[in-house]
Design a binder for this molecule. Structure first.
Ligand code: NAD
Ligand code: TYD
Length: 338
């Protein structure tokens, strides 16, 4: 059986990836490593505990001694690095932890892969490393050759990590792949990000804070499509290559917010335009030709269907996000480790 390390698996995409792999790769054992920062939530993994192919380990990717001990003990075939500080607004308030986790943490994992000869390291990156595109040029999209041109401390830290990953490949021959995905949405996303925040606030009849004029555009991908793309890269991706992932689902923020309001039967009066985010990227749009042509990946869930499924999930699983809003998800996590 193969053994795969998933870092950041108690977060949004990592958690969805754990479920995707357990369901679709029954011959793979997963070790999920997570530091359980504010964004990590063991309730997300409730359905994985008890599966004989799943094990959870609490730990920090920047802790070199701990990581080396784990690698020594587990003998991984593959490492997939989701662990990161992931929220742009927080990176503007407090950049340092982004640099520490996203850059230095990645370096520790790369060193561990070299030291213990791990056959594959996959870095989960973002389209935000390419900066942004103008709103009036819908013909432009990010390809893998688009220059790195970052706007926020978050994207700068992710771009630094990507460069390090590719440099380790060139210098040390580390067997790496990198994927750069557009904005994800779906179950288990922390309610600080646009879609879950708007669903939570609208449910409670609270104001919906839209930055600037709400005209910034994001290219939304249903999280399961992202997970499947990563699995396909692990299976057949070429070592040393970068793959963009996105499904041509561009929407202006205000359109997304209005879709949520309508689905929940709320009033547009809840929309509150607030001060814009400093350095706010205008538009992201992915050209996914490379992954489509080379690996045959296609998104299976288009935005209209995915947003409906997502809203339904948040309505039916309100306990999951209410526990985050009232803070009790932290005590659940603490109980598991005392
Ligand atoms: P998230 O914030 O929901 O989850 C991050 C997880 O990493 C949390 O469980 C957290 O506890 C853990 N973590 C943080 N610091 C750690 C550390 N030092 N050691 C171990 N674990 C640590 O993030 P997400 O949205 O699931 O994003 C996952 C990855 O995907 C990130 O690398 C992000 O850059 C990338 N990505 C996200 C999106 C998106 O739309 N959310 C899009 C493209 C790429
Ligand atoms: P976000 O979910 O933070 O993802 P990212 O900044 O990484 O794309 O934000 C998505 C878009 O929504 C972005 O243009 C900022 C905007 N936004 C708001 O208008 N209001 C909010 O409260 C949040 C969190 C985001």
């Amino acid at each position: 059986m193969k053994k795969l390390l998933v870092t950041g698996g108690a977060g949004f995409i990592g958690g969805n990836f754990v479920y995707y792999m357990l369901e679709n790769y029954p011959e793979t054992k997963l070790v999920c490593l997570d530091a359980l920062t504010y964004a990590g939530n063991l309730e997300t993994l409730k359905g994985a505990f008890g599966n004989p192919n799943f094990k959870f380990v609490k730990g920090d990717i920047t802790d070199r001694k701990f990581i080396y001990e784990l690698f020594e003990k587990e003998n991984f075939d593959t490492v997939v690095n989701f662990a990161a500080e992931s929220h742009v607004d927080r990176s503007i308030e407090e950049p340092e932890v982004f640099l520490k986790t996203n850059i230095l943490g990645t370096q520790v994992l790369l060193d561990a892969c070299n030291k213990y000869s791990v056959p594959r390291f996959h870095q989960v990156s973002t389209d935000e490393v390419y900066g942004d595109l103008p709103l009036d040029r819908p013909d432009l999209m990010f390809t893998e050759d688009t220059p790195i041109h970052t706007s926020s401390p978050y994207s700068a830290s992710k771009a630094s990590a990507d460069l390090l990953v590719l440099a380790y490949h060139r210098t040390f021959g580390t067997p790496v792949t990198v994927s750069r995905c557009s904005n994800n949405y779906g179950p288990y996303q922390f309610p600080e990000k646009l879609i879950p925040l708007m669903i939570a606030n609208a449910t409670h009849g609270k104001a919906l804070p839209v930055y600037g004029e709400g005209l910034n555009v994001r290219d939304w991908l249903y999280v399961e499509d992202h997970c499947r793309a990563i699995a396909m890269i692990l299976d057949n991706g070429r070592i040393g290559e970068v793959y963009n992932i996105g499904g041509h689902n561009e929407r202006a923020n205000i359109q997304v917010v209005k879709t949520i309001i309508k689905a929940l039967g709320k009033s547009e009066d809840l929309i509150t335009y607030v001060k814009d985010r400093p350095g706010h990227d205008r538009r992201y749009a992915i050209d996914p030709k490379k992954i489509s042509n080379e690996l045959g990946w296609q998104p299976l869930t288009l935005f209209d269907e995915g947003i409906e499924k997502t809203i339904r999930w948040y309505v039916e699983n309100s306990g999951w996000w209410e526990n985050i809003l009232n803070g009790s998800y932290r005590s659940y996590t603490e109980e598991m480790f005392t």
